[in-house]
Design a protein around this ligand. Structure first.
Ligand SMILES: O=P(O)(O)OC[C@H]1O[C@H](O[C@H]2O[C@H](CO)[C@@H](O)[C@H](O)[C@H]2O)[C@H](O)[C@@H](O)[C@@H]1O
Ligand SMILES: O=c1ccn([C@@H]2O[C@H](COP(=O)(O)OP(=O)(O)O)[C@@H](O)[C@H]2O)c(=O)[nH]1
Length: 946
């Protein structure tokens, strides 16, 4: 039973666990294993339960089947609390021998329920199947214990109505979200179908009556958010620990965020059924950032095609400034997985339907009706994106140019009215009628017309002829010679799949728009067209109608294989399995992430200490944040970093404490540090410690006298070249390093340019120079070899000790910064001899013998006062401080003692706090999420003084 695949997978992993006690660390390995198991355990007639004894397919049976009663479930909810595939669960399970039967609960949340309701009386309802690809695809899924949450397409203001409808829907395991008329108007007709739908299909924001649109935009957006919260409330009410929540489509872009705010542990996936447009289109939307951020709250974000996924990632990088990776979008170490999951259909349902007598009867009827003519077919919702006028005009052109075909071909166009309250859709309906009338008048005769335009009223009801409709549709697909799909944009287009599934004997031709997602999967077998090019479509019609049988056969075979193997079942299983896997992946990632700084403890320890050392970075640590929520990054401001105004007062107080020494250690040059910190009593270390100054004294340099800086000109030359050719990039020429920064340039172009630049630096004129090329997130820095903040602190401490003649051992160190990985050696500087194991929990004292030195250490000679001492002690500069090993301190510490051998540092695991700001993977012991957190920490420390 394929529903037990999850358990089989677990069993398999149990075996693996018992031998290796590990979960595969590669996502691909895990997913492949799971897929293999799913396939090997799937019975060839998995869907048979959804068919009656005659083998009839009942569209509703899937809904019924999905909805087993709770008592029939073979698993215990608590078993699922961590999810079937979670690492904890898997590892725990290693000890358990009893593999239990489990079926994972899936909450499918979509704007539209698979059934729409019509009120028959005060408390009775007729349910009918909703039309559209989303419903068709999800009806094909019966491998999960699913509940469907959504809108029933009807306004139910009264309590009796709501109660009775809830009950009627419960039989189908559907749970209603009740939207009042105003919400439907503003949220569904307005924001969803008048703003997002056209935008996502490249039709732009509404153009007519722009002022009215602009005015209504805010209220529609507010209603959209409100409606999403209403969906979230219903989900929260029905959610049980371990459930998987799968949100669907552009109607519910806020839902992932609402759900995670309610319960951050909820497993949330979001899938978009429409295209996701280029970031250039998305960025025109006033609420662009909010929508993206809300979607990113999900664990997994899925699209039909790689193109849509790529556009989404690109929107996140370009609009939100986040990091796009091959796996998804990363925000401060948190990954939202983004991938393509092309939908499919329940092909079996169509293949089998063709064997049914009633379908055969329909086919016979149709063949008789269209005898002597080839049949062309279009099946679309009456939507602007489907390109119905374009299709009909191309057909007209074909008839115009090929008079011989006028009485030999018929175009049957099924059009299902949709979103009829939206003015654009009303206009389209009359436009299509008009064109069809004109063409039929032009080419029709008394007895025949070339276009049969069948506008379906409403979908059929559950109780009467529902299967007839499905059967009629299958019969139509089966007798068709050429199907014509001319969508201007279409997420996938399942009609093309359904047509292929019904063509096993006829092997008709599919003409398919290259702008439908389906073009990527069925492109090889179909004739691809640009629907805007009426001439091309007309020519393709001619080609399709006269295509030789062997070519039709080959093309069909290719598409039939695809449609019957890439089913809706596969689609759902793949998505849910990846969603489950994101939890395993997140747990594996979390292992590499240090915990948040225990602020209270850090403050308390500070309070209890006698001699403290605070080492602080500057950029993105003490600076004021310029990228505030919702506001764009301000390059102008960011390029002139300023001390956070809220820090001025606390910093002053901390600096004035005789028992606290503060060092600001930055890559910035001396001027920047002077401007920001000149008035405070602290140590400034500019250019990664190459220059040092107590603010009451002059700058000195730690640069070795014989430091070779010959490379500077060549690098400058290269940086100038790339700056000129990369708009909004810039470079800083410091005294000892050069930095090319492309943070504000086009992300992708910047990355390409940086690749080129690096290649050139590594292989070009400076390839043999003694330089380090350091890559930042969006920067490239060239420094003299061995310059890091860790190496700098080594020398800086020597100078401080020398200067202060440290009277009491330093018994508290706080080191906070947003440093490049290369500079993170500063965090490990103080703990080389800590026992192995996770740093923060390691409470073992640092060996007290560590870090002893005297104030007359020879290392101190490594510093030269630039103004007063132009020539340094050359031997020490070149050999010790600048050896590049950063081990001056280590080499000296055993020789050094402070005043008759007492220790200068009295550190242990409890009074040493290294802390990375806004970085998740770090060698620091702790994390602080943002510079705002640094502000609040320093404020608290400052308050301790009184
Ligand atoms: O619910 P409606 O407003 O009446 O609209 C019907 C559905 O239209 C859209 O369908 C899309 O989903 C299909 C399956 O993934 C895809 O093949 C097609 O290209 C899309 O247009 C819409 O996305 C659904 O939410 C609607 O229910
Ligand atoms: O009278 C009709 C016409 C169409 N459909 C179904 O509506 C879906 C249309 O899906 P598609 O992905 O092609 O486009 P969408 O309408 O979702 O944009 C297909 O499953 C069709 O079988 C239907 O149920 N009844």
């Amino acid at each position: 039973d394929p529903t037990r695949v999850a358990i089989m997978y677990e069993d398999e992993l149990l075996n693996q666990c018992s031998s290796t006690n590990t979960v595969p660390t590669s996502r691909l390995e895990r997913l492949l294993r799971e897929r293999e198991l799913r396939r090997s355990t799937r019975s060839p007639h998995a869907n048979d339960e959804s068919r009656d004894s005659n083998g009839n397919v009942d569209v509703f049976s899937n809904i019924n089947d999905m909805y087993l009663s709770d008592g029939e479930r073979g698993y215990r909810d608590e078993d699922l609390s961590e999810g079937i595939f979670s690492e904890k669960h898997l590892n725990d399970s290693c000890d358990k021998q009893d593999a239990r039967v489990r079926k994972q609960r899936l909450l499918v949340v979509a704007n539209r329920l698979p059934v729409s309701a019509t009120r028959k009386s005060e408390d009775s309802w007729a349910l009918e199947i909703s039309v559209g690809g989303l419903v068709s695809a999800l009806l094909g899924i019966n491998e999960f214990e699913a509940r469907w949450i959504g809108w029933a397409g009807v306004n139910v203001p009264d309590e009796i109505g709501q109660r009775s409808l809830t009950k009627a829907l419960a039989e189908k395991r559907c749970i209603p979200v009740f939207l009042d008329e105003e919400t439907v108007h503003q949220y569904y007709n307005g924001y969803c179908n008048n703003i997002l739908w056209p935008l996502f299909h490249y039709l732009g924001l509404p153009q007519e009556d722009r002022l009215a649109t602009t005015r209504s935009f805010q209220s529609q957006f507010a209603s959209y958010k409100n409606a999403n919260q209403m969906f979230a409330d219903v989900v929260n009410e029905h959610y049980k620990e371990g459930d998987v929540v799968w949100c669907h489509d552009y109607h519910l872009m806020f839902l992932p965020r609402c759900l995670k705010e309610y319960n951050s542990k909820m497993k949330v996936g979001w899938f978009l059924h429409t295209p996701f447009p280029s970031s250039e289109i998305h960025r025109t939307l006033p609420s662009r950032s909010e929508l993206l951020r809300s979607v990113l709250a999900a664990d997994l974000v899925g699209f039909h095609t790689y193109d849509y996924a790529r556009h989404f990632v690109s929107a996140c990088t370009r609009i939100l400034g986040l990091e796009g990776t091959p796996d998804g979008v990363e925000d401060q170490g948190k990954l939202t997985r983004v991938a393509a999951f092309p939908i499919g259909i329940d092909s079996d349902r169509f293949v089998r339907a063709l064997e049914l007598p009633q379908v055969k009867d329909h086919m016979k009827e149709l063949k008789e009706r269209f005898a002597g003519r080839m049949v062309m077919l279009g099946v679309d919702r009456l939507d602007m994106i489907k390109g119905i006028p374009q299709k009909i005009l191309a057909f007209e052109k074909f008839l115009e140019e090929n008079p011989i075909w006028r009485d030999k071909v018929v175009l049957v166009q099924i059009a299902v009215p949709t979103r009829t309250d939206v003015p654009e859709y009303q206009k389209l309906s009359s436009q299509v009628h008009e064109i069809v009338g004109r063409i039929n008048g032009r080419f029709g005769s008394l007895t025949t017309v070339p276009i049969h335009h069948l506008v379906r009223s409403r979908p059929s009801t559950l109780t009467d002829d529902r299967s007839l409709d499905f059967h009629a549709l299958c019969a139509l697909y089966a007798v068709t010679d050429v199907a014509l799909v001319t969508s201007l944009r279409d997420g996938m287009n399942l009609v093309s799949y359904e047509f292929v599934a019904c063509q096993a004997s006829k092997k008709g031709v599919l003409i398919l728009s290259e702008f439908a997602g389906a073009a990527q999967s069925l492109g090889a077998g179909a004739i691809l067209v640009n629907p805007w090019n009426v001439t091309e479509v007309a020519a393709s019609i001619g080609y399709a109608l006269t295509m030789p049988a062997d070519e039709r056969e080959k093309r069909h075979r290719h598409n039939f294989t695809h449609v019957t193997t890439h089913t809706s079942q596969e689609w759902a299983e793949t998505f849910v399995s990846e969603l489950n896997d994101t939890v395993v992946e997140a747990q594996l990632r979390t292992r590499q992430i240090p915990p948040l700084l225990p602020k209270e403890e850090a403050v308390e320890r500070y309070l209890r200490s006698n001699n403290r050392l605070l080492i602080l970075g500057f950029n993105a640590t003490l600076t004021e944040p310029v990228d505030t929520q919702g506001r764009r990054i301000d390059q102008f401001k960011e390029m002139e970093p300023k001390l956070h105004p809220d820090l001025k007062e606390p910093l002053k107080r901390l600096c004035n404490d005789p028992n606290t020494t503060i060092i600001v250690l930055s890559g910035s040059d001396r001027n920047v540090l002077d401007e920001n910190f000149g008035e405070y009593n602290l140590w400034l270390a500019a250019e990664h410690g190459m220059f040092l100054r107590l603010t009451t004294e002059d700058w000195m340099t730690t640069m070795p006298e014989n430091l070779n800086m010959d490379w500077v000109d060549s690098v400058k030359h290269v940086f100038e070249y790339f700056t000129e050719r990369t708009p909004r990039s810039h470079f800083e020429l410091r005294e000892t390093s050069l930095v090319w920064n492309y943070k504000y340039a086009d992300v992708e172009f910047g990355k390409l340019q940086s690749k080129d630049l690096l290649q050139h630096l590594w292989t070009g004129p400076i390839s043999n120079a003694s330089v380090d090329v350091v890559q930042g997130g969006r920067s490239v820095e060239v420094r003299a070899v061995g310059v890091t903040k860790g190496a700098a602190i080594d020398r800086i401490l020597g100078e401080i000790v020398h200067h202060n003649e440290v009277k009491a051992p330093i018994d508290y160190v706080l080191c906070v910064g947003h440093f490049l990985p290369k500079d993170e050696d500063i965090y490990t500087f103080f703990e080389p001899e800590l026992p192995a194991g996770p740093a923060p929990s390691a409470r073992t004292k640092i060996a007290s013998s560590l870090n002893r030195f005297t104030s007359n250490s020879t290392g101190l000679a490594a510093f030269r006062r630039k103004a007063s001492l132009p020539s340094p002690t050359p031997e020490k500069r070149a050999t010790d401080s600048f050896s590049g090993n950063g081990n001056w301190w280590s080499r000296m510490r055993d020789k050094m003692t402070m005043h008759e051998g007492s220790s200068v540092l009295d550190l242990n695991g409890d009074n040493y706090f290294s802390c990375a700001v806004g970085r998740k993977r770090s060698s620091a012991r702790y994390l602080l999420e943002s510079s705002a957190e640094v502000v609040s920490l320093l404020k608290e420390l400052a308050e301790c003084q009184h």
